[in-house]
Design a protein. Structure first.
Lengths: 327, 296, 325
């Protein structure tokens, strides 16, 4: 699956918000590559910039306060930041599709699901009439929605949360995108439904060879679905590597702390290690490493200069002074 | 047990700085216009160049100062009784402001109470109160004002009462809607868990949270009331003369529309400008207080 | 010395009528949110209630918080039946049984100062000095500065707001707190903070917790005993650690295996349930879980299984598990 050229190459992406309180650096120099068929999990808490990164990839950053101020996003070699808006609209939903967290607001309550899936199919595949209907049913069946044919007349409120997320998935996948961005798609779902949904997504991904960017705060989802992981904090990727590497050898104190503060259902913990303090105010970042105020191993250098990116092992990078000194 | 709380310092201003920063955000033109109107209303006697009800017949039907035949003593001209139009407009703001403030006070109080009760209690009480609101809404306000004026004679008090008693449903509906959604908040349930009574919850929890939207509706409804009062005065069933009211001035200027159009035009313009300013202010207030837009 | 039983719910049912019409109302059906549930809470222990949406767990919490009255069944408070409560009994109940809810944003009135929010459960006639003193005590207990009292909720982060909610729950010297998803809405790193805080407070003050959550991992960390709820009924109950190591009811097993592993190498074959969580309006006949159950037998669709002791201290409601052999 590690193909030839990457499907997606993001270089030094910067998305800032200009507010009365100051400039909020929501995404501050994010870079990563994604190959066809690969799943990248972007992990972080609120304020880390993970959702804004996803929105930046499809150029849906809320304006006028927010703006992509720098960087490159190359989709199959083409820098989509340079596209005109009507060209970007063809990319959005066509080559890059998105599934969002809340199925209730992702779907329009006033239209039947058949209409909504049909709209997407018609827009990107240009078919109509009987062929359109056929493809709508096919899109729904692909997401294992039972009795898809009869359900095309249903409205979103008549379906459960899990089903609605499947419809969102059907809409997203109906145009055979190359990249699927899923922003916390299972957070609002029940545990057993979440398991179903993740299995389904993985199956579809493998069959269609799609690349997936999975945005989540849940390391369990990461372990279950991702090949690569990028850990974000205060607008920057502080660590990135394969899933195994990140779980077995976390190099950044934040990653380590995150892994250790999550309770486990498979064994009893005597005490969770919590991270004191709170995530920083993105309009007022401290000098040096943004994690330093909460870091148990912060040195004086950490509070002065932001650490550079260091390769800990092949394919595993981190931005931490501790990794630098260990070289 | 001492937990290291790295508390983020929140930039919340207090005291005079907060007031100044709020003032700086006000929309310039509407606020300016409304301030002028308020000043006129409060200090009409001092600001107006001439007494509003006494006319010099020598100077009647003079046009505005910049038109040939006008004089600077009467900037906006005079009507056919020689009364200075500018002064009458200035004094007219008193009527408009007074009527709208008091009518809104009545309608707002009744509407808020009914809206809160209907929204919080729900069920049959809600249904009954809302049907009552429907009845009030379906009454033709102007017609009723005419009837009241015919039966009880036109008066300042009657105008306010008629408007106030027929306008409350607008408040009630909005307040009820907001109450319904505020009721769903956990802090309301927690207050019940703490054993607090319904009236405490409505007064201390729900009411403070509807105040922002109440301010918005009030501002917008005040504009509407001014228009209503103008219509009633125009029809002769508003505030009785000789007190100058804009609507009345327009009515009086009706027969002069071809020969001295300024007599009706200027009060009309004054009313339109005031209404526009109030609506713009109300819209600005609504946007300002909308929590969703408060983000960035 | 055996601990006292603070709360005891026996055979609790809460059925909501589905009606048509306002003045001449007709009942079309019943939503059986809680259907014959018995749970106890003893001093000092943490009892967990785990279930997915539609399980009825939040409704059960509301019954214990007196936000709803049971359609049938009894609630006993230190042995006294709720149905026989006097005004003083109710007052004492409300002081002894407190609540913390899930959403830190909707739990605090944005227009009220923190001081008033925290002091709200205190009895009306409490002298000012005592209120101030108690306020300072509970703020210290949850690790917030005394200056927090004069601030407004929007000046605090999510984790801090949950602390305020906990402080409020402590203000009346309660013996028990009912917590409905206390950390689900918080960031991962803050969850650990708040969970540790809850554990510490429990230790120091000898509180009992009744925790409701869908998150199995959180439950394992803090609960002593666990109840698993499905479609309004309790399907399994017992000591937490035993239930996690050997869940007996097929739903408990599925729930546990659906909880995601914490390492990529654990992508083992999971029990993935088919179908949906049932609608409380029209629950399946017999055992409510039978349409999704991998072990179902014929009797499961006909007869409702009762909670029986399948092993010492472990109660399970399942025909397959309790098969007499």
């Amino acid at each position: 699956m590690n193909g030839h050229t990457p499907l997606l190459e993001v270089r030094d992406l910067k998305t800032y918000f200009f507010t009365r309180r100051g400039t909020v650096k929501a995404v501050d120099g994010v870079s990563f590559s994604l190959f066809p068929g690969e799943t990248l999990a972007v992990v972080g808490e609120s304020g880390s910039g993970k959702s804004m990164t996803a929105l930046s990839l499809v150029r849906l950053v809320p304006e006028p306060a927010g703006r992509i101020v720098g960087g490159e996003i190359r989709l199959e070699g083409q820098d989509i930041l340079k596209l005109k808006s009507h060209e970007m609209r063809r990319v959005r939903g066509g080559r890059i599709a998105m599934i969002l967290q809340d199925p209730m607001t992702s779907l329009n309550p006033a239209f039947s699901i058949g209409d909504q899936v049909g709209e997407a199919v018609r827009e990107h595949q240009g078919v109509g009439g009987g062929e359109l209907r056929r493809r709508v049913v096919e899109a729904l069946s692909r997401l294992k929605i039972p009795s898809a044919e009869s359900r095309t007349a249903d409205y979103p409120h008549q379906m459960s949360g899990g089903m609605r997320q499947r419809v969102s998935g059907a809409i997203a996948l109906s145009c055979q995108p190359r990249l699927l961005i899923a922003d916390e798609p299972t957070t609002s779902l029940d545990v057993t439904i979440q398991a179903q949904y993740l299995d389904l997504l993985r199956e579809i991904q493998e069959r269609l060879g799609i690349s997936v960017i999975f945005i989540t705060h849940d390391f369990g989802i990461v372990a279950a679905t991702a090949h690569k992981v990028a850990v974000m904090y205060a607008g920057k990727i502080v660590e990135m590597g394969t899933t195994e590497e990140i779980f077995d050898n976390p190099a950044h104190p934040y990653t380590e702390a995150l892994l250790r503060c999550v309770p486990r259902s498979d064994r009893l913990e005597s005490r969770l290690l919590d991270i004191p303090g709170q995530p920083p105010d993105l309009a007022n970042l401290p000098a040096g490493c943004s994690f330093a105020p909460r870091c148990p191993r912060a040195m004086s250098r950490c509070r002065e200069v932001y650490p550079p990116e260091v390769e800990v092992s092949p394919g595993h990078v981190t931005k931490c002074w501790l990794a630098v000194t260990e070289e | 047990m001492a937990i290291v709380e790295v508390e983020r310092p929140v930039l919340v201003e207090h005291g005079p700085r907060r007031v100044w920063s709020a003032v700086r955000q006000l929309p310039a033109i509407p606020t300016l216009v409304l301030s002028v109107v308020v000043v006129f209303a409060l200090f009409a006697g001092q600001v107006a160049p001439h007494p509003p009800t006494e006319g010099e017949l020598r100077m009647r039907t003079k046009p505005a100062a910049w038109v040939e035949g006008g004089s600077t003593a009467h900037l906006l001209g005079t009507d056919d009784q020689g009364r200075d139009i500018l002064s009458r407009i200035i004094h007219g703001t008193r009527v408009s402001m007074a009527v709208s403030l008091m009518a809104i006070l009545i309608a707002g109080t009744i509407g808020t109470v009914i809206g809160l009760v209907a929204g919080y209690r729900g069920g049959v009480i809600d249904a009954l109160l809302m049907r009552l609101a429907d009845v009030a809404l379906s009454m033709p306000l102007i017609l009723i004002a005419v009837v009241v004026a015919a039966v009880a004679g036109p008066s300042f008090r009657n105008v306010i009462l008629v408007i106030g008693l027929l306008l409350w449903p607008r408040f009630a509906r909005q307040v009820r809607g907001e109450t319904l959604s505020i009721k769903e908040n956990d802090y309301v349930a927690l207050a019940r868990v703490a054993g607090r009574s319904g009236s405490y919850i409505v007064w201390r929890h729900i009411f403070p949270n509807i105040v922002p939207s109440l301010l918005v509706i009030s501002t917008l409804q005040m504009a509407y009331v001014i228009l209503l009062e103008g219509s009633l005065s125009f029809l002769g069933v508003g505030v009785p003369p000789p007190r100058p009211a804009w609507g009345l001035m327009i009515a009086e200027g009706r027969h002069l529309v071809w020969t001295a159009p300024w007599v009706a035009a200027f009060p009309g313009i004054a009313m339109a400008v005031t209404l526009l300013a109030m609506n713009m202010f109300g819209d600005w207030l609504r946007d300002k207080l909308d929590p969703k837009l408060r983000q960035v | 010395m055996s601990a006292q039983t603070i709360l005891e719910g026996t055979g609790l049912r809460k059925h909501f009528p589905v009606t048509r019409g306002l003045v001449f109302t007709r009942v079309n059906g019943w939503v059986k949110a809680v259907d014959d549930v018995s749970v106890t809470l003893q001093e000092g222990e943490t009892v967990g209630l785990v279930g997915e949406s539609g399980s009825g767990k939040t409704t059960l919490a509301k019954l214990f918080l007196l936000l709803e009255r049971p359609t049938a069944g009894t609630v006993r408070f230190y042995g006294k039946d709720l149905a026989e409560f006097t005004r003083e009994d109710f007052a004492r109940y409300r002081q002894t049984v407190q609540a913390v809810f899930q959403d830190p944003w909707s739990s605090l009135n944005p227009r009220m100062r923190v001081a008033h929010i925290i002091a709200e459960p205190l009895p009306r006639g409490t002298p000012r000095a005592k209120v101030k003193e108690r306020l300072a005590e509970v703020l210290a207990e949850v690790g917030l500065s005394p200056a927090s009292a004069e601030r407004f909720p929007h000046e605090f982060s999510g984790g801090q707001r949950q602390r305020i909610a906990v402080a409020r729950a402590l203000v009346t010297y309660p013996r028990s707190i009912i917590l409905d998803e206390p950390v689900s809405a918080l960031d991962v790193s803050i969850r650990a903070q708040v969970l540790n805080l809850l554990k510490d407070i429990q230790q120091r003050l000898g509180l009992a917790y009744f925790v409701i959550s869908h998150d199995l991992a959180t439950m394992r960390y803090i609960s002593n005993r666990l109840n698993v709820m499905y479609a309004g009924k309790i399907v399994e109950t017992g000591p937490s650690q035993e239930m996690y190591s050997t869940p007996l009811h097929p739903y408990s097993q599925a729930l546990l295996s659906a909880a995601l592993p914490l390492h990529p190498s654990f992508r083992r074959s999971r029990i993935v349930l088919s179908g949906e969580v049932p609608s409380p309006l029209n629950p399946p006949s017999g055992c409510r879980f039978h349409p999704r159950c991998p072990l179902r037998m014929e009797i499961c669709s006909e007869q409702e299984p009762l909670l029986e002791e399948a092993a010492p201290g472990r109660l399970v409601a399942c025909h397959v598990v309790n098969k007499p052999d």
